[in-house]
Design a protein around this ligand. Structure first.
Ligand SMILES: Nc1ncnc2c1ncn2[C@@H]1O[C@H](COP(=O)(O)OP(=O)(O)OP(=O)(O)O)[C@@H](O)[C@H]1O
Length: 255
């Protein structure tokens, strides 16, 4: 068991900006995620969350500023940076025809894990996520919650130091959402994983050590959920978030 939060950041973004034509999607965003820390990234529609995740996963490069994963610069040393990264994307990305076990083995091979390492690791993770009974089934036969668990398991296979969750619970029922958060928090605590969890759902943000509110491409708040409530003088995190982002009721923000 690692200590709860180490000092060294697993993710460091410094003054990151990205423009699409006239739209400044990210405007000088600086943020850090430390080992053993779950950080929720909250933002209304158009805040810049997707753009930020595209930069963090190396899909695009920032116009200016830097992104470093464990000190590896995403622009200069993307292979080393990406090797430390696990991602669960917003859009489900499982091959529905492959069995759960085959899907996981395929990804372990992609990461260059030898069979002697990947087989026991997959077996242990399947057991731990309660997925052993469905391991031989094609993904299409699994519930939405279990499919997302398989994607999370897959993202953890190569033992990354940073996990990016991009609205990974969209479409799941409350119990499945809570379970997924439980699993991530467990991995965070046991493996010292740093987690950046983009969400519209304030109840998920409540469980994070830190909340970063992104609005119109800028970081508007960075601190513990309780501090956000206090700073806004709001009874709930949801109220505080709505006040900070213009007080507009956003139907995608659920209590
Ligand atoms: N490919 C693109 N071309 C032009 N503008 C874009 C493009 N992608 C995003 N934008 C704009 O950049 C801004 C940030 O968008 P982004 O998708 O990053 O926000 P978001 O926080 O992920 O929003 P949502 O929660 O609705 O997915 C928005 O104003 C959006 O319209």
């Amino acid at each position: 068991m690692r200590s709860d939060v180490d000092a060294a950041p697993v993710l460091a973004c410094s003054e990151v900006s990205k423009r699409y034509g006239r739209t400044l999607a990210l405007d000088g965003v600086s943020l850090q995620v430390r080992s053993g820390e779950m950080v929720a990234l909250l933002g209304p529609n158009g805040a810049g969350k997707t753009t930020l995740f595209q930069l963090l996963t190396g899909l695009f490069v920032a116009d200016s500023g830097s992104v470093e994963v464990l000190g590896a610069d995403m622009r200069r040393d993307p292979v080393r940076a990406l090797a430390q990264l696990g991602v669960v994307f917003q859009q489900p990305a499982l091959d529905l025809n492959l069995s759960v076990r085959a899907s996981l083995k395929f990804h372990a091979d992609l990461h260059g894990l030898p069979g002697a390492v990947s087989r026991p690791r997959i077996a242990a993770l399947l057991e731990r996520f309660g997925l052993t009974p469905v391991a031989a089934q094609p993904a299409r036969e699994l519930s939405g919650g279990n499919r997302r668990k398989v994607e999370l398991l897959r993202a953890l296979l190569h033992e990354p130091r940073l996990l990016l969750m991009d609205e990974a619970t969209v479409g799941l029922d409350p119990a499945s959402r809570a379970q997924l958060v439980d699993e991530v928090l467990r991995a965070r605590a046991e493996r010292g994983l740093g987690v950046l969890w983009a969400t519209h759902l304030v109840d998920e943000a409540e469980r994070a050590q830190r909340v970063i509110v992104l609005h119109k491409g800028k970081v508007r708040f960075d601190g513990p959920p309780a501090d956000l409530r206090e700073a806004q003088g709001a009874p709930t995190l949801q109220e505080a978030f709505l006040q900070l982002t213009g007080g507009q009721k956003n139907e995608r923000v659920a209590a």
